[in-house]
Design a protein around this ligand. Sequence first.
Ligand SMILES: [Zn+2]
Length: 253
Amino acid sequence: MHESLSTKLIIEHQYLFRRMSVIECDDGWFNIVSNMCSELSNIQGCFFQQIKESHGRLVTQLIGPDKAQCIADRYRELSTRICRLCGSDGEICHRGIQYQTLCYNHMIENKFKKGVDITATCNGCFDGLTSGHMFFLGYVKGQTQRLVVGINSDRYMIDVKGVEPMYTQEERKSGLLNLEIVDEVHTFDESNPIEFIKKVVPDMHFTGAEYIETCAEKQACDDLHISLKFVPRVGKWSSTKLREERKNEDRQV
Ligand SMILES: [Zn+2]
């Protein structure tokens, strides 16, 4: 933390800082550390041994009663939602075994500096690309550099969904890859994209806004610190529905 900020805290809470004088985290967490100090300064005999960032969290080692540790634990949890650099809303991002809590802008900037692409995933049948599909894919690509799409296999569509696909999985895959905005396509047999997501481990996963309540992959995204995002539905989306509508129209004619 910048010296001018840490000095302010140290002067204000001298007893807490009697055994240490360097706060080993970035300026974005100044408010968290400051609020934690205010709470802890009310507890007698409590002082810090170390304050540092570790695995994207604010870790505080202190001497003091259990309730002091409880307060420090609460601020550790809070730090996983605040950008360590600027203090705005953030989330834990990962790169291999490295974790840090950043806002979206700093995550992008950080990766950009390292020359690492931001990866996003989404999934669906994509059986005959509709204008809705195009909006959806364009929306996702607008927020990422590398777009990896998961598609349901023919086996899933026939055996589980009970729908004969208009196009085979190979045709659907090459159709998507022909779009300049799609970088990779994976095919999966499962009824949800959890295994696909675990394999790719993207920075963000996108799904339709109608799945906010029922999203099967939410837990997996939380566990892997993948940001789950919802896309508003615009235009005709489902190719299955479109086909049914066409059939009905044909019957009416
Ligand atoms: Zn930030």
